[in-house]
Design a protein around this ligand. Structure first.
Ligand SMILES: [Cu+2]
Length: 186
């Protein structure tokens, strides 16, 4: 359309109109911004989950951690724990003790020992988390530890508001057989 040799009004325009250049730069800046935003949001994915390593191919359900944090609590550092509670798993499908009382907001380290011939686990949570755990069968959830016979492992938990929680073993058939205990948070 433009005639470089004709109308003097269009004569002094450069080959590429300024608005095209501006648009190009704007598009470039936008693309960069999007890229940076994607990088940033990618880097923030899944913070603070320090599940014990070793579980192969773990598929942690996204709702098992921070989503329940306010009510159930969250994993904590052992150095923040004010109290240690020893728990033993028995092959008779019971935990010793069978009930534990903690204060709201308290940080407790559970020292769990498997005292028998079978593998057991200690999974902490509310009813929903236990349902999730039973379905997931993943061994690297932050609220769960798995013990081979004779093993002792620790799980430190920062409890939330007053609630009645549960600890249970989700080795095949154990939870159903009654291998669970009650935690009263008050
Ligand atoms: Cu068990």
């Amino acid at each position: 359309m433009a005639d470089p040799t004709g109308d003097p009004a269009t004569r002094d325009r450069p080959g590429t109109p300024t608005w095209v250049k501006v648009l190009g730069i704007a598009a470039l800046v936008l693309a960069l911004l999007v890229a940076v935003l994607m990088l940033v949001s990618g880097g923030q994915h899944g913070p603070g989950m320090h599940a014990p390593s070793g579980g192969a191919g773990g598929q942690t359900p996204p709702s098992s951690g921070p989503a329940n944090a306010g009510r159930v609590g969250e994993p904590a550092s052992a150095t923040d724990a004010a109290r240690t509670v020893a728990v033993t798993t028995l092959d008779t499908m019971v935990f010793e003790p069978g009930t534990i009382e903690v204060a709201a907001g308290e940080v407790v380290t559970f020292v769990v020992t498997s005292n028998g011939q079978a593998a057991h686990e200690f999974t902490l949570g509310d009813a929903a988390m236990h349902q999730e755990r039973a379905a997931a069968m993943a061994h690297d959830l932050p609220n769960s530890i798995t013990l081979q016979p004779g093993e002792t492992k620790e799980l430190t938990w920062r409890f939330g508001d007053a609630a009645t929680l549960e600890y249970g073993c989700h080795e095949a058939g154990h939870y159903e057989a009654g291998m669970r205990g009650r935690i009263t948070v008050g």
